[in-house]
Write a protein that binds this ligand. Sequence first.
Ligand code: FBP
Length: 272
Amino acid sequence: NVGIRRRMKRFFRRDGRALIFAMDHGFEHGPTDFEEHWEHVNPRIIIKKVMRAGIDGVMMLPGLARIAGNDVKPDRGLMIKLTSKTNLRPKDDQLLQSQLGYVEDAVKLGADAIAATVYWGSPQEDAMMRQFAEIASYAHDLGFPVVQFAYPRGPYINEKYGKKEDYRVVMYGARAAVESGADMIKTYWTGSRETFAKVVDAAAGVPVLLSGGAKTDNPVDFLKLVWDVIEAGGAGAVVGRNIFQREDPEPFIKALLRVVHRNEDPEEAAKA
Ligand code: FBP
């Protein structure tokens, strides 16, 4: 499918890697996530900064894309995510992401890729699988790549493996993403290069991107994590809090780009 391949290139450079900025936190975690650096609650301000720093793409929900989609330069990838949940819903419903927009909306907003989350192992896995299948089928028909946020989460996982970051669980989620039709996968860090390399293998050639996670106090620690992902064969990272919760995200993004695209040593990249 030529459309899918062309649009994938909006995110990935010739080295097959990408650094993507994530900004769905105002919905998924609530605006408190921006309190560390409140100015960044304004999508137009932070998007302009990440663009200037040279980021490869941006991920947003449809409503923010209406406000700030135009600030994403036309040569960078715009990923629009069609599922989410608020942190306000009852605990028992936290393992479900609901659909808040449609493929047509994303296309009208200029998306280059459509994203949706599946919580593999959730009691509501069935509903999310169907939701993903519907979104993926339609997006593929129209020539759009589909990104799966393949997040294993659920009581059985905790009981059987202890934690959702166990590599056996993460690679299962990545494989399930591939087998359900994903063109890109976003998932958790497994704790080591060796185990993350297995996740990459399980993804059978579909690019695997790291899901950033909570901001590290020391910026170099996050650069090291992304370096490990790259060395393990990962295709890059989708990063939110580690960017917008920093007071001055631009030099940090530039350092991240050097790690992702030039395999630069994190300590060196941080100094440059
Ligand atoms: P971060 O880099 O801030 O972790 O962003 C990635 C992301 O997947 C966001 O898209 C999403 O809002 C958040 O993490 C979800 O985190 P969690 O489900 O772990 O609370």
